[in-house]
Design a protein around this ligand. Structure first.
Ligand code: ADP
Length: 396
């Protein structure tokens, strides 16, 4: 069964075609600069090519993607009808969706209703869905939500301590994001522990440009660090994470900024970029720290300290943990990040083995033999998770 996975952003579209017999990746690619000019990067097997076909809109980008998949010679499909279903990543499903679904008019309406809460993400996700419906009529389309995995959070975790009517009237609450990734790596961690998923307590750290921590208690997300939007929680590449809300009126007054401008500062100019003044890329900041830049060192420590703080909070929430998991760009690749965060976790019984922590590339344990709480690096694979959910929906 061949499944196409689509992650549609405002000016980009990422795709993967998977053969679910053996979960094999057949091709993947990225359409960029949609609505500007258009650039395609397409890979299948070891072959890779880049072209610049015009992409005035998302429909055009999807046509370009289909052409690349179908191209005689280097394409991987003879006919588009070989695609059994298309799985779409959708960022916000609000309280409507606690699992993945086949898309119909009602589902489309609910995704639209969540646009308010994710104005940068849900509208392009919807555009992608509509363009696929138009260009691949009759092929099942599914939606897999970043928020769905966290719908199992209890009220004590998702309610903000503001007047309850604000939750009732406007659904202002914590939703959490990166759910597909937290679910994937937590399932994999249970396998690596050799224990049933519904018997283990895990703390998963998705550390990329956007970053979040999740408490997975016997297969269910019970708390996570991102909130109503992906701005809450950890300090990130460019996002501030947790902050006293009273800082907003203070900045309005002192800097003469509007609420929207402040949100822009919090989303795009803060985090380790704002603190270090160097970059939002941790590789650059780690290099600056090595060169003696004290602001870079401080930025990194703020980041580590906050991740460690959330891990402690979730160990308390679950009354312990079996393992801590690191994933995403930084979690998978930066041994210094993992070692620094784990440096705060001695009280939990996490003992890192420096040699194991320095290996790269695949799922592995990084803790020493006998470590009371184990730690793993697990490369995330959100596309595979979307394809798996899609396969199970069309097989129903
Ligand atoms: P996102 O999907 O949120 O854009 P990724 O999960 O791809 O982000 O993570 C990207 C980030 O990972 C980069 O900004 C960079 O800071 C970090 N990163 C990637 N590789 C390394 C590395 N070898 N060392 C340190 N940081 C790294």
């Amino acid at each position: 069964m061949k499944i196409l996975v689509i992650n549609c952003g405002s000016s980009s579209l990422k795709y993967q075609l998977l053969d679910m017999e053996g979960e094999k990746l057949l091709a993947k690619g990225l359409c960029e600069r949609i609505g500007i000019d258009g650039r395609l990067k397409h890979e299948s097997g070891s072959a890779e090519h880049e072209t610049e076909p015009p992409m005035p809109d998302h429909s055009a980008a999807i046509r370009v993607m289909l052409d690349a998949l179908l191209e005689p010679g280097r394409g991987v499909l003879k006919d588009a009808s070989e695609i059994k279903a298309v799985g779409h990543r959708v960022v916000h499903g609000g309280e409507f969706f606690s699992e993945s679904v086949v898309i119909d008019d009602k589902v489309e309406g609910a995704i639209e209703a969540c646009c308010d809460m994710a104005p940068l993400h849900n509208p392009p996700n919807l555009t992608g869905i509509r363009a696929c419906k138009e260009l691949m009529p009759g092929i099942t389309q599914t939606a897999v939500f970043d928020t769905a995995f966290h719908q199992t959070m209890p009220k004590k975790a998702y309610l903000y301590a503001i007047p309850y009517e604000l939750y009732e009237n406007h659904k202002i609450r914590k939703y959490g994001f990166h759910g597909t990734s937290h679910m994937y790596v937590s399932q994999k961690a249970a396998e690596m522990l050799g224990k049933p998923y519904d018997s283990v307590k895990l703390i998963t750290c998705h550390l990329g440009n956007g970053a979040s921590v999740c408490a997975v208690d016997r297969g269910r997300s019970v708390d996570t660090s991102m909130g109503f939007t992906p701005l809450e929680g950890l300090a990130m590449g460019t996002r501030c994470g947790d902050i006293d809300p009273a800082v907003i009126p203070a900045l309005m007054e002192k800097e003469g900024l509007t609420a929207k401008q402040i949100l822009d500062v919090f989303n795009k100019k803060s985090g380790v970029l704002g603190l270090s003044g160097v970059s939002s890329d941790f590789r650059d900041i780690e290099a600056a720290k090595k060169d003696g830049d004290s602001r870079a060192a401080d930025a990194l420590e703020v980041f580590y300290y906050r991740v460690a703080g959330y891990i402690g909070r979730y160990a308390a929430a679950m009354n312990g943990a079996d393992a801590v998991v690191f994933t995403a760009g930084l979690g998978e690749n930066s041994a210094a990040t993992r070692a620094s965060i784990c440096g705060y976790l001695g009280y939990l019984g996490v003992t890192v083995d420096a040699e194991k922590n320095s290996r790269r590339g695949k799922a592995a344990e990084i803790t020493a033999d006998g470590s009371a709480v184990r730690a793993f690096v697990i490369p995330t694979n959100e596309e595979l998770m979307i394809a798996r959910d899609t396969k199970s929906l069309v097989s129903k």
